[in-house]
Each structure stands twice: as structure tokens, then as C-alpha cells.
Design a protein around this ligand. Structure first.
Ligand SMILES: *Cc1c(COP(=O)(O)O)cnc(C)c1O
Length: 433
């Protein structure tokens, strides 16, 4: 028998650090220094005779996602916000939202004054179920928001078909899948808009940041103005003067990325494919190694239509009986201590998520019907996932075979100490993730 569980004071399986994320590269340092001395720290600063870094990133990211246009934003949340606004979604509208995703997907809809209608997930992928989405459509449905959660893609064939059949715009939130491909086409390009987050934990990051991609020129024009107080890049800029022109065709706000963030994103984009491959290689090793630990499996659904898999988080599904009948919360807590890194259960389903408080939203934006729609959603598949699945954050997948050995050893240790595990507090921790 190995040492006592680390949560009970035993020696942890891993006592060395995991790779730092985000990575601090020399090229990023140089790019930041260049912006620092450039005299232009944001899009709304004076033109300095060269294209803004933000515009360079926008072009590079549009090209990377196989779309015509990209509008960078301050966050994934503001990307969703301007996407909803550009699509004209507001009070009286319903938007289908996955029941198992980050809370921002639903809160962006709430802040637009519309109702998020929560839809259950597909048990194979934990992505929004196309059948459940079809069943949730009503005459008030105004858009479908699809998320590619953790490491899996939603069934884009089914959602593209549903969107066409119902005449509903598809908002493709790809915040957890930068670089993934469905039928060899990048995610984000299947929706009428594709939204991304570049927050610290994401696969491409500037600490904070976001983007909306689209092939629709008219939507793009609105998106540009919505995040830039009604302004857009103008033609023939003059050095020393502002590059922007005041269009004012829509009421905008300021959701602009700084030039520093754009420089980090350009730098990260160069490494993204190689890092995605590195994580995928690690997962292959992990899948093989986990065959030796009964009672758990990696959620790595092999859909051949996913022609490039990415791993934001690797999802482990537990047969809890093999772990002394412990809760997933107790397992996640013990595993975090063994590994010296935070592992967490998957999201609490949004119909009971502590951070989705429609009842506390601005009373001029919410209606009782919205509050009821959220609390009365039925999400049994999401509930089962919350009960049995936890996620390994992607920096753990950048530690190669050595990291895999520690992960597998920690899981084996937990299983070998199932009895102690069952004696730990089994309740949910309020620690944020
Ligand atoms: C992270 C995330 C968001 C929100 O992005 P922020 O940059 O944190 O505002 C939205 N949707 C999904 C699916 C996310 O993972």
C-alpha cells in the first residue's frame, strides 16, 4: 500500500511543478516591448504608420478559422454580447443555451434581455444535444447557441441542419476549442457567428480577450461598431491622427482589446497548433495508461467527423462504486492535493448553478417567465455528468509522459484508498474554477 492520501497529510504523488500556463516566451516579451514604445496602446490611439497589432491579429485569426472577418473583443462574454446584439436578439426572445457550460453563455443572454432556454447534453460528448434542442424550439426561439465543451465538439451536422430548417441563426461558442476542426473545417466557421474567449485558462490567451468571427459583411460591420462606440477602422489613415471613423450606424460600447493583448494573441497563435498536438499526444498516452485503472474512462469520444481534436480539459468519467462510493467532489479534492493542481468536477448544471441568478438580474431586463424557464429546465444528462465526471486542466497535458505517470499514479492511489476517500467530506467546495 502506498502512502496515506495527501489530503490526510500523506506525501503527495507529485511534488514538482506543472508547466506554467500561460507560457512566457521570449517572442511575446519582445512583442510587448514593441507595443510599449510604439505610441499606440489601443485601436483608438493614434495611427503610427503601421497596421495596428489588433488588426493584424484579426486578419490572422479570421484566416486561421477559415472566415472572412474577425472582431477582437475584451472577453468571451463581450464577444457573445455583441454577437447577440448584432443578431438583434432582445426582450421577448428565447435563445437555446447548453445546460452544461460556463455561466457566461446564459448570463450574456440574460443581459441582452432575452431568455436562456437551457438544453440538456449528449451523454457521449457532454455537448448540447441536437435532439433536445429541436424539442426546445418554440415560436419565440430567436437563436441557437452551441458550445464545444472541454474536448468535444457538438454535432455540427445536426445543428447546421436544425438552424437551416428552423431559420434560426447559429451562435457557435468555440471558447473551449480553439483550433479544433469538424470535417476538416475550423470550429467557429459553422455558425453565422463564431465566438471565442482568450481568458487566461483558454488554449489561446492574452489573460483576457475574445473574438467574434463571421463570413457576413453586414454583421461584421455591426460587430465592429458595437465594440468600438460606433466607430470603425477608416481608409487611408494619417500618422499621428486617429485611424477610426465615426460611423454610428448602431449604438456601440467600448469592448476593445489593447495592443498588448493583441500582441500576446498573435504570439500565441503561432504556437497553438503545436500545443494542440502536444496535448493530443499526451491524451493518447493517458488513454492507454488508464486501461490499467478500473472504474474510470476518459471522455474521448471518437467521432470521425472531428478531424482535429483539441483538449481544453480532459474529462474523466468515474464509476464511483470503484472509489468507495465517494462523491466526485471528494475525488476531485483528493486528486488536486495529490497532483498539486486544481482538478474540478464538470459544471454544475445551469438550472441550479449558484452564479446564474436570474432572480437578481436587473428587474427591467428579466421577467418571471425567464426566472421560471431557468429553474424549471430538466437536465438529467448534465446532472449525471456533474455526479460522475471531473476535468484535468490542459496545462497538465503539457507535461508529457512524466505528467501522465503522475496522473495515473494519483488515480491509482485514490482507488487503493477508496475507504479513506469515502470518509472525507463529500460536499461541494465553493472554490471557484
Ligand atoms: C470562458 C468561456 C466564456 C466566457 O469567456 P470570458 O472571456 O471569461 O468572458 C464563454 N463561453 C465559454 C464556453 C467559455 O468557456
Amino acid at each position: 500500500m502506498t502512502h496515506e492520501l495527501a489530503v490526510l497529510g500523506g506525501r503527495p504523488v507529485r511534488d514538482t511543478a506543472w508547466p506554467l500556463w500561460p507560457r512566457a516566451t521570449e517572442t511575446a516579451g519582445r512583442a510587448l516591448a514593441e507595443v510599449l514604445g510604439s505610441g499606440r496602446w489601443t485601436v483608438s490611439g493614434p495611427y503610427q504608420g503601421t497596421e495596428s497589432v489588433e488588426q493584424r491579429f484579426a486578419k490572422a485569426y479570421a484566416s486561421y478559422t477559415g472566415t472572412a472577418y474577425c472582431t477582437p473583443t475584451t472577453a468571451g462574454t463581450t464577444a457573445l454580447t455583441i454577437a447577440l446584439q448584432a443578431l438583434g436578439i432582445g426582450p421577448g426572445d428565447e435563445v437555446l443555451v447548453p445546460g452544461l457550460t460556463w455561466v457566461a453563455c446564459a448570463s450574456a443572454v440574460l443581459f441582452a434581455g432575452a431568455t436562456p432556454v437551457l438544453v440538456d447534453c449528449d451523454p457521449r460528448t457532454l455537448a448540447i444535444s441536437a435532439d433536445a434542442a429541436r424539442a426546445a424550439c418554440t415560436p419565440r426561439t430567436a437563436a441557437i447557441m452551441v458550445v464545444h465543451p472541454f474536448c468535444n465538439l457538438a454535432d455540427l451536422d445536426a445543428f447546421v441542419a436544425l438552424s437551416a430548417e428552423k431559420g434560426l441563426p447559429l451562435i457557435e461558442d468555440s471558447a473551449q476549442a480553439h483550433g479544433a476542426r469538424w470535417r476538416d473545417r475550423p470550429v467557429g466557421s459553422y455558425g453565422v457567428v463564431g465566438c471565442f474567449s482568450m481568458q487566461q485558462s483558454k488554449l489561446l490567451t492574452a489573460g483576457e480577450g475574445g473574438a467574434v468571427v463571421t463570413n457576413d459583411a453586414e454583421l461584421h460591420s455591426k460587430l465592429e461598431q458595437l465594440r468600438l462606440d460606433g466607430r470603425r477602422y477608416g481608409p487611408a489613415p494619417i500618422p499621428g491622427r486617429l485611424e477610426l471613423v465615426e460611423v454610428g450606424a448602431v449604438q456601440g460600447r467600448n469592448f476593445c482589446l489593447t495592443e498588448f493583448q493583441a500582441a500576446l494573441l498573435l504570439d500565441g497563435l503561432v504556437r497553438l497548433d503545436a500545443e494542440n498536438e502536444e496535448r493530443a499526444r499526451t491524451v493518447k498516452v493517458l488513454v492507454d495508461a488508464l486501461r490499467g485503472v478500473p472504474g474510470l474512462s476518459l471522455l474521448a469520444h471518437d467521432d470521425p467527423r472531428v478531424t482535429r481534436r483539441t483538449y481544453y480539459n480532459a474529462v474523466l468519467r468515474f464509476d464511483l462504486a470503484e472509489f468507495g462510493g465517494s462523491s466526485i467532489d471528494a475525488i476531485a479534492s483528493a486528486l488536486s492535493t495529490e497532483l498539486g493542481a486544481q482538478t474540478s468536477p464538470v459544471y454544475i448544471p445551469l438550472n441550479r448553478h449558484p452564479l446564474l441568478r436570474a432572480d437578481l438580474a436587473d428587474s427591467r431586463l428579466r421577467t418571471q417567465a425567464t426566472v421560471d424557464a431557468i429553474s424549471s429546465a430538466r437536465l438529467p444528462v448534465a446532472e449525471e455528468a456533474r455526479r460522475t465526471c471531473l476535468t484535468l486542466p490542459h496545462p497538465l497535458l503539457l507535461a508529457g509522459a512524466d505528467g501522465v505517470a503522475d496522473i495515473v499514479a494519483a488515480l491509482g492511489k485514490l482507488r487503493g484508498h477508496a475507504h479513506e476517500l469515502a470518509g472525507l467530506p463529500q460536499t461541494r467546495s465553493a472554490r471557484a474554477f
